[in-house]
Design a protein around this ligand. Structure first.
Ligand code: AMP
Ligand code: ZN
Length: 664
């Protein structure tokens, strides 16, 4: 055997044992033998650097140090999941699904692993890149750290596709977590709070050899790529397993919501026997074509649902109630609690939502309260233990003045929240609006964070978001902790935001009820800010999906002289206040007023492209056929029940080609 062959044989051998040990949990050699082989390989590799391989099993010990994690875009977005808490929630979900897709529906039930999500890219069977979820669009490149996790295959086996992404969760099983904590305690260090935070913190360690020491695992659940030839989620899992990934065998294919509930109930009890933490079950429509038909909301797939196990509850004492002012002037009462450990984190505060909530629970300072952590990050108070109420506890009187600017608070008919209407003079509102303006989904101003905004306002350098565009370096330099470089970055970030498209600028303005989706609709419909500003209520409500509440809010915003002059200032600084010429060129009104359903698989354009074409030409897409449907664009393999329904309701059915031809 040549040295090269010897090295390759050892690598292959170690890979196999690594797989058996870490993926299958069934080692066939002793740790000692494994270490001996590993040492042998290490020695050979040191002597023969010419045979270096970035995926050699010896490199699992890490060593690469990353100072700054590179931000990279995900090839397809990493979504969140909608949550459900009851059988009714699931039945409602099923109803929505059945409206939108044809045929039988099967579900894959999986556990929801509680860790940090990760997206792995494999090319030619080799791990190329590992990226954190980040904001779902972009994440951090943590490849060097992920390579040290032994259950992540560096080299795949079997008939894997040439290029694909696979997604999963990095978790820290209890055993390893406790071991880490024992060590920390022995060294006199603070123990870690919970496995999830420790796992996600590990991904961002700069020294990968530190990550290598942590007993992390990677459990996979979803494959993304083109033409993979996989038809269902269950097959997805099966394939991933064959290629060498760790995919728990727990997943189950079921035919009804009742069977889903059986799975949930079983694991609600047995989860305590699992070696890792799970906080629920994820239910997915099994058929990938049905998944595609269902698509996504702004945040989550419509074809998947998380079912959360019942939350943990603890009781503690309410010390004080304070009031926060949001960017819209809304007041939120906050309960300050005696610190308590709940589901692995220390809880000190909980939202009380509004005056009604306080009244309903008759919650008083000094009370012993039940705190629950459900799906949300912020815990909530669900009940008061009246038997423990101190005799001196006084009923809570809701504030009548703004805690920040002392303006009399207003509560409008039918609204739960109190408001401070002093929009232009109330500090937290001023700061909050600018923070919203610069946020990622709005103007995405690099180099400017929420705290700096507060500083700029408090120093009197800016009063509103248009003022940002007047800032210069000389003004910034004297500020605390502002180095020349960061001042430059900030100015550059502000300058670059002039390229942000109109729809996002519209969202950034912070008009109440105008979220991302509404901003998109308005931008597309009106094309110029002035057209929106001068639109009548009547005109506004005629825009698809714009209701009276939104229309009133938009009209109110533009009837305010201060806002009008803000917009004028933004115009002066060349912020995009109309849709770009390029975008306009692709848009027509050819399909205006038409409601269109699409179904099946398309050949010349993808489903998403088709949707975009329809929307760009003013059409409206609906997921279900009704008497309002103008026509149905049918691709291949369209479900028979959709066709029947179209026939019954006399809805015109046209093919993809006919549709595209007509549009031309
Ligand atoms: P959430 O962050 O609560 O919206 O839940 C979505 C996250 O659940 C995803 O980003 C995944 O990281 C995680 N997750 C855990 N297990 C699964 C699973 N089996 N399928 C899909 N997502 C999962
Ligand atoms: Zn105020």
């Amino acid at each position: 055997m040549t040295t090269k062959e010897q090295i390759e044989a050892l690598r292959e051998d170690l890979r196999r044992h690594n797989y058996k040990y870490y993926v299958l949990d069934t080692p066939t050699i002793s740790d000692f033998d494994f270490d001996t082989k590993l040492k042998q390989l290490q020695e050979l590799e040191t002597k023969h650097p010419e045979f270096h391989d970035p995926n050699s099993p010896t490199l699992r010990v890490g060593g690469e140090v990353t100072k700054h994690f590179k931000t990279v875009s995900h090839t397809s977005r990493m979504y969140s999941l909608d949550n459900s808490y009851s059988k009714d929630d699931l039945l409602d979900w099923e109803k929505r699904i059945k409206k939108a897709v044809d045929g039988n529906i099967q579900y894959t039930c999986e556990l929801k692993y509680d860790g940090a999500s990760i997206s792995l890219t494999y090319q030619d069977g080799v791990l190329k890149q590992a990226v954190t979820r980040g904001d779902g669009f972009k994440g951090d490149d943590v490849t060097a750290n992920i390579k040290t996790i032994k259950s992540v295959p560096l080299q795949l086996k079997g008939d894997y596709p040439q290029l694909f992404d696979i997604r999963g969760e990095i978790i820290l099983p209890f055993k390893g977590f406790h071991k880490m904590n024992e060590m920390r305690i022995a060294l006199g260090e603070e123990p870690y709070r919970n496995p999830r935070n420790t796992a996600s913190g590990s991904l961002k360690l700069q020294d990968s050899s530190e990550v290598a020491k942590r007993p992390l695992e990677c459990l996979l659940y979803s494959i993304k790529g083109d033409r993979l030839g996989i038809a269902s989620q269950f097959d997805n899992l099966e394939k991933a397993r064959q290629w060498g990934f760790k995919v728990p065998n727990i997943a189950k294919l079921v035919n009804s919501i009742d069977e889903v509930l059986d799975f949930v109930n079983y694991w609600d009890v047995h989860r305590h026997d699992l070696p890792y933490e799970t906080d629920g079950v994820v239910i997915k429509v099994n058929d990938l074509q049905q998944q595609e038909e269902l698509g996504y909301t702004a945040k989550a797939p419509r074809w998947a649902m998380a079912y959360k196990f019942k939350a943990e509850r603890v009781f503690t004492v309410l010390n004080t109630i304070t009031y926060q002012v949001g960017r819209t002037g809304a007041i939120t009462p906050v309960a300050n609690l005696q610190a308590i450990n709940l589901a692995g984190t220390v809880v000190k505060r909980a939202s009380l939502h509004n005056a009604d909530q306080i009244k309903k629970l008759d919650i008083r300072v000094g009370d012993t309260v039940f705190v629950e952590k459900g799906g949300e990050i912020i815990p909530k108070i669900v009940a008061v233990d009246l038997t423990k109420r101190p005799l001196t506890a006084m009923p809570t009187e809701y504030i009548s003045e703004c805690p920040e600017c002392k303006t009399q608070l207003i509560r409008k008919e039918g609204e739960a929240q109190h408001y401070c209407l002093n929009a232009s003079g109330c500090k937290p509102q001023i700061i909050g609006r600018i923070q919203h303006f610069i946020s990622r989904k709005a103007m995405d101003i690099d180099g400017l964070g929420g705290e700096t905004v507060a500083l700029l306002v408090n120093e009197g350098l800016i009063q509103n978001y248009a003022d940002l565009y007047e800032l210069n370096k000389t003004q910034l330099m004297p500020l605390e902790r502002m180095a020349e470089k960061s001042a430059e970055n900030l100015i550059n970030g502000i300058e670059n935001s002039k390229n942000i498209p109109f729809e996002r600028v519209l969202f950034a303005l912070g008009i109440r009820y105008v979220g991302e989706t509404v901003a998109k609709k308005l931008a597309k419909h009106y094309k110029f800010i002035d057209a929106i500003a001068t639109a009548s209520l009547n005109d506004l409500v005629n825009v698809d999906e714009i209701g009276i509440k939104i229309a009133e809010s938009v009209a109110e915003f533009f009837s305010n002289a201060a806002n009008v002059s803000l917009i004028e200032n933004l115009k002066k600084h060349n912020i995009q206040l109309e849709i770009s010429a390029e975008k306009r060129a692709n848009q027509t009104n050819k399909l205006k007023g038409k409601t269109i359903v699409i179904s099946g698989v398309f050949n010349t354009v993808s489903r998403n492209e088709l949707k975009k074409i329809i929307e760009d030409n003013g059409g409206k897409i609906s997921s279900a056929i009704s008497s309002k449907t103008n026509f149905l664009v049918a691709g291949d393999n369209m479900g028979p029940s959709k066709r029947d329904k179209a026939l019954k309701l006399n809805v015109l059915v046209i093919s993809e080609m006919e549709f595209l031809d007509k549009l031309k």
